[in-house]
Design a protein around this ligand. Structure first.
Ligand SMILES: C[S@@+](CC[C@H](N)C(=O)[O-])C[C@H]1O[C@@H](n2cnc3c(N)ncnc32)[C@H](O)[C@@H]1O
Length: 195
């Protein structure tokens, strides 16, 4: 995790109002564009700042957020106490590789500044593929200070995604104040229909 900015003390102090979101999270919400009825999964939610902003947009939608750090999940649950009580948000301490695939499917699965997808993530991507509804999308957002590092992240992530059954990823760079951000999205391989 040498060139992705880790969550900072500023994020910890950020109130759960979308207007006060750190820029990378505000941009992530723009490009992921959660709809009010979406079922969402966030991988590596940290202290739950994005979840808090997303819950304000959800009507019948829900979000499950996982993080392998128990400390992060405690903070995320605390921040999103009301959304948890309302049944809109749920948090689990868990690495993606350990997530069981049950009956629940997600419209959008996303990760912000989680370096998991730069390396071999075949096990994790298989889980993501099984968790997505047909036509659902995986969204990755990264922040990095230089264009060269963003290019490298994009190359590595796209290669990992292709190897894991997520071809034809779209890569979008932020502009202006968002030029340090990148969004990579893919719907995954379409299952072959047998007649
Ligand atoms: C740099 S922080 C980003 C937190 C938050 N997404 C944000 O942008 O503020 C990366 C988070 O991903 C979590 N993480 C890394 N690999 C993970 C995995 N395989 N499964 C679940 N969580 C993971 C870490 O514990 C950490 O909280």
């Amino acid at each position: 995790m040498d060139h992705v900015r880790p969550a900072s003390a500023d994020d910890e102090l950020t109130p759960a109002s979308p207007g006060a979101l750190p820029r990378r999270l505000a941009w992530a919400l723009e490009v992921i564009a959660p709809r009010p009825t979406d079922r969402l999964l966030e991988i590596g939610c940290g202290q739950g700042v994005a979840v808090a902003a997303i819950c304000q947009r959800l009507t019948r939608g829900t979000i499950l957020a996982i993080d392998r750090s128990a400390t992060a999940i405690v903070a995320a649950r605390r921040r999103n106490r009301d959304h948890v009580q309302a049944g809109t948000a749920r948090f689990e301490t868990m690495a993606l590789a350990d997530m069981a695939v049950g009956a629940t499917r997600f419209d959008k699965i996303f990760a912000i500044n989680v370096n998991l997808f730069w390396r071999d993530a075949s096990r994790e991507l298989e889980i993501v593929r099984r968790l997505l509804v047909p036509g659902g999308r995986l969204h990755l957002v990264y922040e990095s200070p230089t264009a060269a590092q963003l290019d490298r992240i994009a190359r590595e992530a796209v290669t990992t995604l292709e190897a894991g059954g997520f071809p034809a990823a779209t890569v979008r760079r932020g502009t202006g104040n968002d030029r340090h951000l990148i969004h990579i999205a893919s719907a995954g391989k379409v299952a072959r229909i047998r007649f």
